[in-house]
Design a protein around this ligand. Structure first.
Ligand SMILES: [Zn+2]
Length: 656
C-alpha cells in the first residue's frame, strides 16, 4: 500500500498496476485500483502548446468565470443560500437538476486549480463550497429542490427528480478537490451525503435507483478516494437494481433510463444517450474494482455494437430529439443528429475507462474522434457560447442568439451563452480542465502516449524516472516528435498510438525508419536521454463513405483529415449559395490548401418542383464547376449564420 496520501483522514486506496504493485495515486478523475494501464495525474502530464493548451487557457480565463456568472445570474447558486436560510422552495430558480451545474463548476475549478495553483481560484472554490455546505441538512441530505417546506418530499420522484444524479456530480467535485488540494470541506460534505444515500438506498432501504445515472461512477470514485467500501457496495446495488423495472413507466418507455433490461443482459446502448454513457462508465468502474469480468464483457459488447451501428462519424451519439436518445441501428440522419455535447463527454469518459481497463487502442481512437469533433465543437473559440446539440447538416440559416439571455436547450443553430437546461457548458469546462489526464498512461514496463499534443510526460516507473517531451503541430501536421529527456538505465517500453485512419505511418528511431500499422507502435529498449523518436502519421485529406445501411447519407461522401471531420459552410461557397447545391467530384481527391481542404465539384441549383418525387432520374447533370474550401467541423458557425453539411452530395442517379 502506498504511503502517499492527499486525503490523510482516510485510508488510502492504493493504485495497482498490472502486476499488482502499489504506486502513488495520481490526481486524475478516474483512478482504478487495477487495470491494464494506470492513469497519469495532472502533475505528470502538462499540455504545453497547440489547440488543447489554447482550450485549457480559455477555459481557465473565460469559461469558468462565464459559468459562475450565469449560475449567479440565474439564481442557481442563490438556491443554496435560500435553502440555508430556510426559505420556501416556491422561490427556487431553475430546473430540478440545477444544483448539478454548481457541482460541475466546482469540479472544473478544482482540476484547473490543481493545474495552475491559482490562489484566487482556490478562494472561489472555498467560497462556493461554503455556500453549498450551508445548505446541507444535519443528516447529510443536500438538495435545493426537494425536502423543504413547500417542495416535494425527499426521494419522492426518482424518475425525474435527479436528487441522486446531483449528488453524483457533487461527489465527483469532491474527488477532484481531494486529489488536488487534499481533504477539505467539500469532501466532508460529500461523505455526509453519501453516508445518507447508503442508509436510505442500502440493502434494506428504498429498492430503487435514480432516473438519471451518474451517482454510480461517482460512488466508485468516492470509494477510491476514501477507502469506504460501503460506497462501492452502494454503487453495485444501484447498478444491479436497474433494468428490473424499479422505476415507473414513463412516456418514453423504460429504455429511456435503461431500466428496461439488466445491464448484464443488454446487447447495445439505448435510451437517453447521456444516461447510457454515465451508467456504462459506472459499470466499468465497478467491474474493475470487483474483478467482475462478466460485467466488463457485457459493457464492452454494448460499446462495440453502439460504435458499429449507432454512432455518427463525429463520434456523436443520439439521433432522437424527443428523448435525447439513441435511434435504432443505422438511424443516423445528419440533419436530425442530436449528438448532445454531454453525450460526447460521456463517451469520452466511457472510452477512457475501457482503455485503462483493457489497453486496446480502439478506445483511444474513439476518444480522439469524439474530443475533436463533438467536445471541441461545443464551445465557441471564446469559450463563452455553446452548442447543446451538434447537427451534421444545417439546412436553414440560424439566427444569432441573444448573448444576454438563456435559450432552450436545442433551439439554437448558433452557440448560445446559456441554456435553461445548461448541462453542456459545465461538462465541457470540467473536461478541458482535466484534459491532460487523457494524454498518456503508464504500466509496469513503460509509458503509452494516446493523444498527441505539445506536452511533457514525466512518471516514475519501477526502473526509474521516464521524462518525455512531445513536439508536434498535430493535427495540422502528422509529425510527432517524442524527445527523451530522462530515462532509466534499464529497458522500458514506449508505446505510441497509431490511429486507425493512419495507413502508411512510420516510426523513426536511431536513424532507422520503419512502417507501423494502425494500433500501437512500441519501442522496447534502453532509451537514451536526448534521443528523438519520430512518428509520422499521414494526415492527407481523405473521402469517407458510410455503411449503406445508414440510408440518410447514402450517395454522399464526407471528408476527413487526420482525426478531424470536415464540413462545408455556405459562407465558403460563391455567393454564399446553399450547401445542398454543392455536388462533389469524387474522382478528384481533396487537397490540403493553406486555410483548409480544397474539394472540386459543381454547383447545381435544384429546381423547386411542386412535388418532390417522380420517375427515377438519369445520370446526374453537374452544373457550374466550383471549388470549395472545407474546414474542421468543430469550427463551424464561428463566422455567423450559414448552412452547413458534413456529408456532401456526389453525382449519381440519386441526384435529381
Ligand atoms: Zn448537455
Amino acid at each position: 500500500m502506498s504511503a502517499s496520501t492527499s486525503t490523510p483522514s482516510f485510508p488510502h486506496v492504493g493504485v495497482h498496476d498490472s502486476t499488482g504493485t502499489a504506486v502513488p495515486a495520481p490526481a486524475a478523475p478516474v483512478v482504478p485500483s487495477r487495470g491494464r494501464f494506470r492513469p497519469l495525474g495532472i502533475g505528470e502530464v502538462v499540455i504545453t502548446g497547440g489547440p488543447w493548451a489554447a482550450r485549457q487557457s480559455t477555459n481557465a480565463a473565460a469559461t469558468l468565470a462565464h459559468v459562475e456568472h450565469w449560475l449567479e445570474r440565474e439564481g442557481w447558486l442563490g438556491n443554496f443560500d435560500a435553502t440555508a436560510r430556510g426559505e420556501l422552495a416556491s422561490t427556487r430558480a431553475g430546473r430540478e437538476f440545477s444544483d448539478s451545474e454548481v457541482y460541475k463548476l466546482l469540479e472544473a475549478m478544482a482540476w484547473e486549480h490543481g493545474r495552475s495553483g491559482d490562489p484566487e481560484l482556490d478562494a472561489r472554490i472555498r467560497a462556493i463550497t461554503a455556500r453549498v455546505a450551508a445548505a446541507q441538512n444535519a443528516d447529510g441530505y443536500l438538495s435545493t429542490a426537494f425536502g423543504r417546506p413547500g417542495s416535494a418530499r425527499r426521494w419522492s420522484d426518482l424518475e425525474w427528480g435527479h436528487e441522486l444524479y446531483c449528488l453524483g456530480h457533487l461527489f465527483q467535485a469532491g474527488v477532484a478537490r481531494a486529489r488536488t488540494a487534499g481533504h477539505d470541506q467539500l469532501l466532508t460534505v460529500c461523505t455526509r451525503a453519501a453516508d445518507l444515500v447508503c442508509e436510505v438506498f442500502g440493502p434494506d432501504g428504498i429498492p430503487s435507483v435514480c432516473g438519471h445515472p451518474e451517482i454510480e461512477p461517482a460512488l466508485v470514485e468516492l470509494y477510491r478516494v476514501t477507502g469506504r467500501r460501503r460506497y462501492l457496495e452502494q454503487a453495485a446495488l444501484f447498478l444491479e437494481r436497474r433494468g428490473h423495472h424499479v422505476l415507473g413507466e414513463i412516456e418514453f418507455g423504460r429504455s429511456y433510463f435503461q431500466d428496461d433490461q439488466p445491464i448484464r443482459e443488454a446487447t447495445v446502448l439505448r435510451g437517453h444517450a447521456v444516461r447510457a454513457m454515465y451508467l456504462s462508465s459506472g459499470a466499468v468502474d465497478l467491474a474493475v474494482e470487483t474483478g467482475d469480468e462478466e460485467l466488463l464483457a457485457a459493457v464492452v459488447g454494448q460499446w462495440e455494437a453502439t460504435v458499429a451501428r449507432r454512432t455518427y462519424l463525429t463520434g456523436g451519439m443520439g439521433s432522437r430529439h424527443q428523448d435525447e436518445a439513441f435511434g435504432e441501428d443505422f438511424v443516423l440522419p445528419p440533419d436530425r443528429a442530436y449528438s448532445e455535447t454531454c453525450a460526447g463527454v460521456g463517451s469520452v469518459q466511457l472510452a477512457w475507462r475501457l482503455l485503462l481497463a483493457q489497453g486496446d487502442p480502439r478506445y483511444a481512437d474513439l476518444l480522439e474522434r469524439t474530443l475533436y469533433n463533438v467536445v471541441d465543437t461545443g464551445p465557441s473559440r471564446s469559450g463563452t457560447a455553446f452548442f447543446y446539440t451538434n447537427t451534421l447538416h444545417q439546412r436553414v440559416l440560424g439566427t444569432v442568439p441573444d448573448q444576454d439571455s438563456a435559450v432552450p436547450r436545442a433551439a439554437s443553430s448558433l452557440r448560445a451563452p446559456w441554456f435553461a437546461v445548461s448541462c453542456c457548458p459545465t461538462n465541457v469546462a470540467r473536461t478541458f480542465a482535466s484534459l491532460q489526464t487523457l494524454v498518456a498512461t503508464a504500466d509496469q514496463d513503460g509509458v503509452q502516449v494516446h493523444q498527441y499534443a505539445p506536452s511533457t510526460i514525466t512518471t516514475d516507473l519501477p526502473a526509474g524516472r521516464l521524462a518525455l517531451r512531445v513536439r508536434t503541430a498535430y493535427p495540422a501536421s502528422g509529425r510527432v516528435e517524442v524527445v527523451v529527456d530522462e530515462a532509466p538505465d534499464a529497458a522500458v517500453a514506449l508505446s505510441l498510438r497509431v490511429p486507425s485512419w493512419a495507413h502508411g505511418a512510420t516510426l523513426t528511431e536511431g536513424g532507422v525508419t520503419r512502417p507501423v500499422e494502425p494500433g500501437t507502435a512500441t519501442a522496447t529498449r534502453v532509451l537514451v536521454p536526448g534521443e528523438v523518436l519520430v512518428l509520422d502519421l499521414p494526415v492527407t485529406p481523405r473521402f469517407t463513405a458510410a455503411d449503406p445501411r445508414v440510408d440518410a447519407v447514402r450517395g454522399t461522401l464526407a471528408v476527413e483529415r487526420g482525426p478531424q471531420v470536415l464540413c462545408v459552410e455556405s459562407v465558403d461557397l460563391p455567393g454564399e449559395q446553399h450547401v445542398d447545391d454543392l455536388v462533389l467530384d469524387p474522382d478528384r481527391a481533396p487537397e490540403d490548401v493553406e486555410d483548409g481542404v480544397l474539394v472540386h465539384g459543381w454547383l447545381h441549383r435544384q429546381a423547386d418542383p411542386a412535388w418532390p418525387y417522380g420517375a427515377p432520374p438519369g445520370p446526374d447533370r453537374p452544373g457550374e464547376p466550383v471549388t470549395a474550401v472545407l474546414h474542421p467541423y468543430a469550427d463551424w458557425a464561428n463566422r455567423g449564420p450559414s448552412t452547413m453539411r458534413v456529408f456532401l452530395r456526389v453525382p449519381g442517379p440519386g441526384s435529381r
